[in-house]
Design a protein around this ligand. Structure first.
Ligand SMILES: Nc1nc2c(c(=O)[nH]1)N[C@H]1C(S)=C(S)[C@@H](COP(=O)(O)OP(=O)(O)OC[C@H]3O[C@@H](n4cnc5c(=O)[nH]c(N)nc54)[C@H](O)[C@@H]3O)O[C@H]1N2
Ligand SMILES: Nc1nc2c(c(=O)[nH]1)N[C@H]1C(S)=C(S)[C@@H](COP(=O)(O)OP(=O)(O)OC[C@H]3O[C@@H](n4cnc5c(=O)[nH]c(N)nc54)[C@H](O)[C@@H]3O)O[C@H]1N2
Ligand SMILES: [Mo]
Length: 749
């Protein structure tokens, strides 16, 4: 990339947890300061533009309140919410040496005393760079024998559900959405969460495509759609099965495709018989006529592209929902036409050498001599307040984390052997995540984090809701300050992210941190001294000939990545002459080698082998609705990334209209004597928060919506996750943010 000296332009990749994984060009001036970020115009999905939040990325990198040095909690300062902007006063600056030595000593002591499984790493997707997300950290914790973390908080229900049907997560190439004549956005806030798909949607619409959005909330995507179906939360299984009912009764299915590519059609046909439009209308809040119209339009338009995102699977029945919806293009043969089919995620196409990166074999060298037990991150409150504690205190019948024994747990984890009867958690190591804000059942999480016998270390860029509970806070780099390699879950390019600037202060990358800690723990394996460059080559399995040995990456070399920044996977190398049509050729990676309408795997686990509608316990049909009749959507923000960016004034300004507001249907407000602007108390058995009511006629009656913000930025110190539960999804043990019942009253009453 050319830039007029003294400026340099560096290829980086936005590492936030978003399907778009944008190629970002960073301009660096002669003093080594980044002065501009822009989308790479040559990357076909980035197309030269950035989203509203990353366009202002330098505000984040150079924010005055970045954590720049290792910090140790001052003696006598209690754990708990600290005043915003003055967090550093609770900590004392220490050297990296002091911090690393003290943390290593404490981990050793904890391991000796309670067993290594009493140490719990907690990380998610602060960075989705391949190294930053999971590499040196995994090696470290395996070698230590620490509990493994089941990373279920986001996409596990949907991901496993999709894999049960299709074996692997492939999808219609993002660029091909421009060829569709019908785009069905199902639980997918494209405009908000996946903006780089939007230009292709617009191009399709200019060429006559229709956009239908199925979402209980009128997102910006829904507001501009040709048809917005404001379905009741958690009823998508019923709708998908109802559409199948119509498709099959009207003979709109693709018999040839079904015969060639699928398994269990007869059983599915039998199942959908009971899902008549009348029946389904009663659950979803749609009319029978609308259900018929939707089914016909979907089945008779070619190409028809489904953008299924992770919204539907944050419900108790989210696994069944994704399974049912994913089956629609299999029934109609939509995959056969370029621009048709669907996309939940493209991540299955990236065959990184995870074993080399994570080295699970190191667990054999740990004091356990085996892989450690697995703790579900979506039940962190339970893990910190309940797991193993009764046993340690000598009483019997400690309640284990629910979900581990749900049968479906472990599907897709390649037979990891898990042991569940370990110790209580005595040390927590948090990185890449802000559980004090994002984890469900905030009050339980908080009770856990406040335990004075719990040691907590954090690696962070900012003082967050979670650092308020830390014994140590360590400064982390942003993607401008370290090197990584990245795939995507919304496109098919491998991208190299090069370090553009020196780390601010004493910030260090995840790879550096866990390599250093390993040395302090006395781990002598050579892999703990690998450099990021070596680890990128390991991830790509670069061989002696300089080429990757990973399936679908064989044409990729380091040189090419360095020169171009992004290189397509083989399936997407020549989209015009060899378009990628997923699931049109067998065998697939399912047990039968076919698309599975009927799953023997689920049957063997004692679960329904076919998708069937079971209303969530926390829905209008549940017992608890008598006390808490409103269904809450505890939503994300278009201008934050989960809890990331919420501390930046410019980003907060963009969310001012809905932030810390409770959106209510006017009918639900009126019966409670509430009007626009009232301060309200939103509550259930788990917690209470105060928000300002605003009216929204587009919500289905009985549904309210609020946004995820930092807990400490709320007057009461608790955010919307004080209301959400640790109940897990039907498949995959995922979090159920969108199955939450609440009641609302005027504040002060
Ligand atoms: N700007 C921005 N971009 C993001 C993120 C962000 O926080 N901000 N987060 C990133 C992350 S971590 C992820 S996982 C992806 C997620 O991307 P999406 O899957 O799009 O995420 P959500 O916003 O959770 O859900 C999408 C929509 O599903 C709707 N929904 C909720 N319940 C139901 C239901 O029962 N049925 C149906 N049909 N719809 C329902 C919600 O109202 C929401 O509008 O986005 C990523 N991109
Ligand atoms: N109510 C409600 N809760 C939700 C959701 C919702 O829709 N509603 N969405 C859920 C979903 S889909 C997800 S994915 C989770 C996301 O939960 P998290 O993965 O915790 O996501 P973030 O809130 O983005 O926090 C990531 C943190 O990692 C830090 N970080 C960034 N890069 C690095 C790095 O390189 N190293 C280190 N050490 N730290 C880094 C950032 O500063 C940030 O504080 O939240 C879930 N919680
Ligand atoms: Mo997510």
């Amino acid at each position: 990339m050319a830039a007029s000296p003294p400026f340099r332009i560096v290829y980086t990749v936005c590492s936030h947890d978003c399907p778009d994984s944008c190629a970002v060009l960073v301009t660096v001036n002669e003093e080594g300061r980044a002065v501009k970020v822009e989308g790479d115009p040559s990357q076909p999905v980035t197309q030269g533009f950035l989203c509203g939040k990353v366009a202002k990325y330098l505000d984040r990198v150079y924010a005055p309140d970045r954590v720049l040095y290792p910090m140790r909690r001052r003696a006598g300062v209690a754990k708990g919410p600290l005043q915003r902007g003055r967090e550093h006063e609770a900590f004392k600056r220490v050297s990296w040496d002091e911090a690393l030595d003290a943390i290593a000593a404490r981990l050793q002591e904890t391991s000796d005393r309670y067993g290594p499984e009493s140490i719990l790493p907690y990380s998610y997707a602060g960075t989705i760079g391949v190294l930053g997300y999971g590499s040196m950290d995994r090696r470290f914790f395996h070698r230590l024998g620490a509990s493994q973390l089941d990373r279920t908080i986001c996409s596990e229900a949907g991901g496993q559900a999709w894999n049960l049907v299709y074996g692997k997560k492939f999808g219609t190439p993002t660029e091909d959405f421009r060829l569709a004549k019908l785009i069905l956005a199902w639980g997918a806030n494209i405009h908000g969460n996946n903006i780089h798909l939007w230009p292709f949607v617009e191009e399709a619409r200019r060429n006559g495509a229709r956009l239908i959005v199925i979402d209980p909330y009128r997102t910006r995507t829904a507001a501009v759609a040709d048809w917005h179906i404001a379905i009741r939360p958690g009823t998508d299984v019923a709708l998908a099965l109802g559409m199948m009912h119509v498709i099959l009764s009207e003979g709109l299915e693709d018999r040839a495709y079904i015969a060639e590519m699928t398994h269990g059609f007869e059983a599915l046909a039998e199942r959908v018989r009971e899902y008549t439009p009348e029946h389904v209308a009663a659950w979803t809040g749609m009319t029978p006529g609308e259900i018929e119209r939707l089914a016909r339009e979907y089945a008779t338009t070619r190409p028809a592209a489904l953008r299924l995102n992770y919204g539907v699977q944050r419900a108790e029945n989210g696994g069944a929902a994704v399974r049912a919806i994913a089956m629609l293009p299999a029934l109609t043969g939509a995959w056969k036409t370029r621009g048709g089919g669907g996309q939940l995620s493209t991540s299955g196409a990236f065959a990184w050498d995870k074993k080399a990166l994570e080295r699970p074999d190191l667990a054999l060298a740990s004091p356990l001599g085996r892989l450690a037990r697995v703790v579900n991150m979506s039940a962190l409150g339970q893990a910190l307040t309940d797991l193993g504690q009764a046993r340690e205190q000598g009483s019997k019948g400690a309640r284990e984390q629910k979900g581990r024994d749900q049968g479906t747990k472990g599907l897709g984890t390649e037979g990891l052997k898990t042991v569940d009867d370990g110790p209580a958690v005595h040390a927590l190591f948090v990185y890449n995540s802000n559980p004090g804000a994002v984890a469900p059942n905030h009050n339980a999480v908080r009770r856990g984090l406040e335990r004075d016998d719990l040691f907590t270390a954090l690696h962070e860029q900012f003082f967050t809701d979670t650092t308020d509970y830390a014994d140590f806070v360590l400064p982390a780099t942003t993607f401008l300050e370290h090197t990584d390699v990245q795939g995507a879950y919304g496109h098919y390019f491998v991208q190299l992210s090069q370090q553009a600037i020196e780390p601010r202060g004493e910030a260090r990358s995840n790879v550096w941190l866990f390599g250093q800690l390993a040395q302090r723990m006395g781990f002598t394996e050579a892999c703990f001294r690998d450099t990021p460059e070596e680890m990128i080559r390991q991830a790509l399995a670069i061989g002696a000939d300089g080429h990757s040995a990973n399936a679908g990456m064989e044409h990729i070399t380091m040189r090419e990545l360095e020169c171009a920044g992004h290189v397509p996977l083989a399936i997407h190398a020549d989209p015009e002459t060899r378009p990628f049509l997923p699931y049109t050729q067998g065998p697939l990676a399912t047990p039968s080698g076919k698309i599975e309408f009927y799953s023997e795997t689920l049957a063997a686990a004692g679960l329904d082998p076919l998708p069937g509608f079971v209303p969530p316990v926390e829905s209008r049909w549940g017992e608890a609705a008598k006390k808490f009749p409103l269904e809450l959507l505890a939503r994300k923000n278009d201008n934050y990334m989960n809890s990331t960016f919420a501390n930046l004034p410019g980003h907060r300004k963009m969310e001012a209209r809905t932030n810390q507001k409770l959106e209510m249907h006017p009918e639900d407000a009126t019966v409670r004597g509430l009007s626009e602007g009232d301060l309200v108390r939103v509550f259930n058995d788990r917690g209470t928060i105060e928000l300002t009511a605003i009216l929204n006629v587009h919500l289905p009656a009985g549904v309210v919506a609020a946004r995820l913000d930092w807990a400490k930025l709320h007057a009461g110190g608790a955010n919307v996750n004080a209301l959400t539960s640790e109940r897990l999804t039907d498949i995959g043990g995922g979090a159920t943010f969108y199955s939450t019942l609440v009641e609302v009253r005027k504040a002060g009453t």
